[in-house]
Design a protein around this ligand. Structure first.
Ligand code: NAI
Ligand code: MG
Length: 338
């Protein structure tokens, strides 16, 4: 069995509870996993004055794969602090963020939507838009620059079309706001459309972001793959995550030029941290994304995903998805199914 090198960065809060569960699952299905533990986040910043130490960057670089929990970030500017996840995305040019949502039935076993279950993938541009961090005051004006390039739009669209082409429905929706932002979002839309010409089998739709948000809340099953800019992708994937069981279940994978960082969509959840009640599913499903898209082990990825959904379907649910199981209970159930 090939050796998988994995940099493990639990971070802050519930990250330290859910990431160990995901590591156990990887060890269970993939066997030979070499772990390199690394530090990042707010506690790390308080201890070392740096939220993303050089050793951590080096460990990610040498492993090429990382599993990242979550970090606490202050919502006021703190001198010297920058969100490590945003830094990592830029440092390793992790330009694509994959955020799948699969419908999860309620605790009563009832589905909330009739017809085909929700099964969608949001492909979020990960390096540009409002997240470039160019914010400043100009007299009375608080300004944030929103940068979109043709080349970055093209490469994110290419990944999205490639992924859409591997899925049964082969359908891709380009989400933008080009009616209000014709220069920036016009660039994004036109670049994505041009890439589509090379994928004749993929059916292309286009939606304005507000309409997309409404449809994700009302008719989510109509979506297959969505490609969009950074902030829109961040918000829309949180909306979509509701159908998949919410924040505790939603997984994500950051990919780019060789390095991949998997991370549950949720944050450090200070309200529930340290109580052994956080849902480990988001972290475990993120590990499955590493198996599928970075290590090219689709069978193992399928096994992990099946085990997570089977454990939940059999009623082992943490509080966020309507049960009373602990983090450990759900992780143990998933491991026993594997
Ligand atoms: P959050 O995602 O930490 O929590 C939002 C809600 O979801 C809370 O009610 C929480 O209890 C619940 N939740 C989150 N993870 C869960 C899990 N595994 N199981 C069950 N319930 C879960 O977002 P919030 O509260 O806005 O932010 C808290 C901190 O996390 C902030 O410092 C924020 O900056 C940071 N954050 C970090 C992210 C990252 O590291 N990628 C992403 C989002 C927020
Ligand atoms: Mg978010």
């Amino acid at each position: 069995m090939k050796q998988l090198d994995l940099c493990v960065i639990p971070g802050d809060g519930v990250g330290r509870e859910v990431i160990p569960c995901a590591v156990e699952v990887l060890q269970c299905v993939a066997g030979n996993v070499r772990l390199v533990e690394a530090d990042a986040g707010w506690d790390c910043f308080i201890r070392n004055g740096n939220a993303l130490p050089d050793e951590t960057i080096h460990a990610i670089e040498t492993c090429t794969a990382a599993l990242f929990g979550a970090v606490s970030s202050p919502s006021k500017k703190v001198e010297g602090y920058r969100s490590p996840i945003v830094q990592m995305r830029q440092r390793f040019d992790l330009y694509a963020n994959l955020r799948p949502t699969r419908e999860l039935a309620g605790a009563d076993g009832m589905r909330r939507i009739s017809g085909a279950p929700v099964d969608l993938l949001i492909v979020r541009e990960n390096t540009q838009g409002l997240y470039i961090g160019r914010e400043y005051m100009r007299g009375d004006e608080a300004v944030a620059e929103r940068v979109i390039t043709h080349s970055a739009s093209e490469r994110i669209a290419k990944i999205a079309f490639e992924l859409a082409n591997t899925r049964a429905r082969r359908q891709l929706t380009i989400v933008h706001k080009a009616n209000i932002l014709p220069v920036t979002d016009g660039t994004f839309r036109d670049s994505a459309r041009a890439v589509g010409a090379a994928f004749p089998e993929v059916k292309i739709n286009e939606l304005l972001v507000d309409t997309a948000a409404m449809l994700l809340a009302s008719k989510p099953q109509q979506f297959d793959v969505i490609v969009t800019t950074n902030l829109f992708g961040d918000i829309l994937s949180d909306v979509a995550s509701v159908w998949g069981g919410g924040m505790g279940v939603a997984p994500a994978l950051n990919i780019g030029q060789g390095v991949a960082i998997a991370e549950p969509v949720h944050g450090s959840a200070p309200d529930i941290a340290g109580k052994d009640i956080a849902n480990p599913s988001g972290a475990i499903l993120s590990a499955a994304l590493l198996l599928r898209y970075h290590w090219h082990m689709p069978d193992e990825a399928d096994r992990v995903e099946r085990a997570v959904y089977a454990a939940i379907d059999q009623g082992v649910r943490t509080a966020d998805i309507g049960g009373q199981a602990s983090t450990r209970d759900l992780a143990d159930k998933i491991l026993s199914l594997l």
